[in-house]
Ligand binder design. Structure first.
Ligand code: ZN
Length: 202
């Protein structure tokens, strides 16, 4: 979902996630912090637009790197088209990832990931994982990647605590994945859809 960037609350994000017509499979959620902008730099939509401009003009990406950006007040901003591979941790590892950035610098002594922002972070992770039937452990911190020296998403963010919160979060029942995927697969491509067309063999 490229610009204009839209602000979603947690319920609207969950609804958008279910309504979206996916043409790729998500296997993992990638978590980053922005480092810069920090909490003090956040001013709403212009902050997202500046990140996009930096990614496109300075970094040479084809769009803003991340699928959503999560603001200090918990607002979930849309970003890159969710069907596009993100510019997340690099190379082939980006494939199959849903990438978000928590806006702030969460290295120890700087911003704190808490309150509404933490609630949105946990909800985004769980909602994407549930949409694709993934366990809480299908979560990558940028710093988990061996080739990076980054602390991203910040030294004050404890992965075990995030995983625990994600595992405990209860979300309302939704349409099962298989039903949604069957509707989304065009008839002409149904033969390519692997296990999703098992019913046609009955
Ligand atoms: Zn990162």
């Amino acid at each position: 979902m490229p610009a204009p960037f839209r602000p979603l609350d947690r319920d609207a994000f969950a609804a958008a996630l279910m309504a979206f017509v996916w043409d790729r499979r998500i296997w993992r959620v990638d978590m980053h912090h922005t480092f810069h902008p920090s909490h003090a730099d956040y001013d709403g939509e212009p902050c997202i637009a500046r990140m996009c401009k930096f990614h496109v003009v300075d970094r040479g990406f084809d769009d803003i790197a991340q699928h959503v950006s999560i603001a200090p007040d918990g607002t979930i901003w849309t970003g890159r088209d969710w069907n596009k591979t993100p510019a997340s941790v690099g190379g082939v590892l980006n494939q199959g990832a849903f990438m978000f950035e928590a806006i702030g610098n969460f290295d120890a002594g700087a911003d704190r990931l808490e309150g509404e922002q933490l609630a949105s972070v946990v909800m985004v992770i769980r909602a994407v994982q549930r949409r694709f039937r993934l366990p809480p452990e299908a979560l990558l911190f940028h710093r988990d990647v061996p080739v990076t020296a980054k602390t991203c998403p910040g030294t004050s963010v404890d992965k075990a605590q995030i995983l625990s919160r994600v595992a405990r979060l209860q979300l309302p029942e939704v349409t099962p994945l298989a039903q949604v995927m069957r509707r989304a697969v065009p008839a002409a491509r149904a033969g390519d859809a692997g296990g999703l067309h098992m019913r046609s063999g009955l």
